[in-house]
Design a protein around this ligand. Structure first.
Ligand code: DAH
Length: 342
């Protein structure tokens, strides 16, 4: 061993390695530092090789033990650093993905800042009412394939009913194969494909149509879809559910009615209206018994299962509930407007 004081050299090699390890920022840096000390060409390894030059057997043994301990110290410090880095990464991820519950906390402390959008408030109330009736909540993609938006809903290509929806198409290589969903009905198919029946589901979400904004139309708006599939479901179940919903959501002095209509994915089909306490009616949405082709597209046997579906506009409901005159106001993000609906 060339140095006059090999034990001093061992100590300083360990000290240097520990100092480097304490600032190593990732696993690769840790391995590099450990390698530089205990690897094949490491400083401690070199010192161990030079032990052969120590003539005094006892001294050689002592230095050997010292080196062994030094290498263990560096290796275990490297391992500890790796564990600490992993833990820090996990902590950071947990902090990043943590649910921010401050709004709830602030609200209960009476210092709530900001508020939920009218449509969000309406969606949450609708979900609450349907969950209370035993429904589950599902969601589907906003960018949808032609198959789910039309074909599986009993509208093959060039079916005239497709023109009931002013569709926005996504520019893809296969023209017309991808759309911004024009309604939440495609989620019916996705739910049937994924959930084994019986199914009691509501599916709220954003939908898109080629419409110019005016007081009652927006190109982006919201719907909530309902789907029930079970054995022996009848039109009476549909009417009863719509009525139960109407009273639960609007109040006992409201009632509902169904009017014959046409939708390709239901047979028979109906529009449903609600009657306000002042005796006036307003149309809310469409509904009907799920068409056998739609059940088949969802992978279900229409001889075994039957069901009903409904869908209505959430924005319109929020507008009605709060007496908003122009839908565009709801999307103006003007605090003088939004501040009226805490
Ligand atoms: N998807 C229809 C629309 O946007 C609404 C609708 C009608 C949904 C009848 C349904 C239904 O589930 O059964 O115009």
């Amino acid at each position: 061993m060339s140095s006059a004081d090999p034990s001093q050299r061992i100590a300083s090699a360990v000290e240097a390695a520990l100092a480097d390890l304490s600032v190593a920022g990732d696993a690769a840096a840790v391995s590099a530092v450990a390698n530089a000390a205990t690897g094949k060409k490491g400083s401690l390894t070199a010192l161990r090789r030079s032990l052969a030059e120590v003539d005094d057997a006892e001294r050689r043994r002592d230095l050997g033990a010292l080196l062994h301990h030094a290498m263990e110290t560096v290796d275990s410090a490297a391992e500890q650093r790796r564990v600490a880095l992993r833990r820090a990464a996990i902590d950071e991820q947990v902090a990043r993905e943590r649910w921010d519950l401050t709004e709830t906390a602030l609200r209960s402390a009476g210092q709530r800042r900001g508020r939920l959008h009218l449509v969000t408030q309406a969606t949450e109330r609708l979900e609450d009412v349907f969950v209370g009736l035993g429904f589950q909540v599902a969601e589907g993609p906003e960018v949808e394939s032609d198959f789910y938006n039309f074909e599986a809903l009993n509208m093959p290509p060039s079916h005239p009913a497709r023109s009931m929806w002013d569709t926005l198409f996504v520019d893809t290589t296969e023209t017309g194969s991808v759309v911004l969903r024009t309604h939440t009905s495609p989620v019916q198919i996705r739910v049937m494909q994924e959930w084994p029946p019986p199914i009691y589901a509501v599916m709220p979400g954003r939908v898109f149509r080629r419409d110019t904004p005016d007081a009652t139309h927006m190109p982006v708006f919201h719907q909530i879809e309902g789907l029930v599939v079970d054995r022996g479901i009848t039109f009476a179940d549909l009417a009863g559910t719509i009525e139960a919903f109407t009273q639960a959501f609007f109040g006992r002095d409201f009632t509902s009615r169904l009017r014959p209509s046409y939708f390709p994915f239901t047979e028979p089909s109906a529009e449903f209206d609600i009657r306000r306490p002042d005796g006036t009616w307003i149309e809310l949405g469409g509904c009907g018994m799920v068409h056998p082709s739609v059940l088949r597209a969802g992978g279900l046997d229409p001889l075994e299962w039957s069901g009903f579906a409904f869908g209505f506009g959430i924005d319109r409901m929020a507008k009605e509930r709060h007496g908003v005159e122009d839908l565009r106001d709801m999307y103006s993000d003007d605090v003088r407007f939004t501040g009226q609906f805490p």
